[in-house]
Ligand binder design. Structure first.
Ligand code: ADP
Ligand code: ADP
Length: 234
């Protein structure tokens, strides 16, 4: 089942092209990797998929981005609602300077979600594979956690608002190999329930976790393309 349909998506920052004519389908309960050299527009494309790019005033988006058939840039669509359904995790773990508990409770509180808050927080931490590590220190500041734990906390914070999709922008590039392996394992568990799109520089990571990989290489010279071709073969 298709989750996203991107049709001829181009993005400019002012006059500067950032994404050039991308057409691709992204399927539900898949992990889709977006790979390509620095500056080819991976982060930009990801940020368009939950309208986070709206927050950059110079950005203009052309083409069509449909999510389950609905144009997410359509006139009746509320960007805040889009960001709830389509969550995002960033390269650098970015917990709030608050307790572990409050980090996870933040989204549900802000959105006024119904339900038992402690249950929601626990459930999100369990699904992010963090509960056993933090259950006795939920009131500790999140900044005391390791980088890998902080990233799983950010995943829990995202999960707590019950999204359908988790967009991950190089979620492991600030992490050590063991934390990276844990996040990769976690992604493979999470795809049972969520659709995941991951931007990565790491071909091996894309091969390990993804069901489908999209290569964004439109801005490469012919010479660079042939070198990338060799890498892809490898
Ligand atoms: P990638 O994630 O593949 O490294 P990005 O989406 O970050 O690529 O960037 C694509 C292009 O858009 C680059 O040339 C980058 O410098 C430019 N860019 C990214 N963000 C902005 C911004 N906020 N304002 C202006 N240009 C930007
Ligand atoms: P990534 O490593 O995820 O590709 P970058 O290092 O390219 O991210 O960009 C980090 C931040 O800086 C992003 O939020 C992006 O929007 C912004 N940025 C990148 N390039 C530019 C640019 N040329 N002008 C203004 N902001 C930019």
């Amino acid at each position: 089942e298709r989750a996203f349909e991107l049709r001829n998506v181009s993005v400019h920052y002012g006059d500067t092209p950032a994404v050039k004519d991308v057409t691709m389908d992204i399927f539900r309960n898949n992990i889709t990797a977006l790979i390509g050299p620095s500056g080819c527009g991976k982060s930009t494309l990801l940020r368009c998929m939950n309208r986070m790019n709206d927050l950059i005033p110079s950005a203009t988006v052309e083409g069509t981005l449909r999510y389950h058939g609905e144009d997410i840039y359509g006139p009746k669509v509320d960007p805040v609602q889009v960001r709830k359904i389509i969550g995002m995790v960033f390269q650098k773990p970015n917990p709030f300077p608050k307790s572990i508990y409050d980090n996870v409770a933040f989204g549900p509180r802000t959105l006024g979600m119904k339900g038992n808050e402690r249950e929601i927080v626990k459930d999100a931490l369990v699904r992010a594979g963090l509960w056993d590590e933090v259950k006795d220190r939920l009131d500790d500041n999140a900044y005391g956690m390791s980088g890998g734990q902080q990233q799983r906390l950010c995943i829990a914070r995202c999960i707590a608002v019950e999204p359908d999709v988790i967009l991950m922008d190089e979620p492991c590039s600030a992490l050590d190999p063991i934390s990276t392996a844990r996040i990769e394992d976690l992604m493979l568990e999470l795809k049972e329930r969520y659709s995941i799109v991951i931007v990565t520089h790491n071909m091996q990571q894309a091969a390990r976790v993804s069901d489908m990989t999209g290569f964004l290489m439109v801005q490469l010279t012919e010479d660079e393309k042939s070198r990338w071709g060799e890498l892809v073969e490898y």
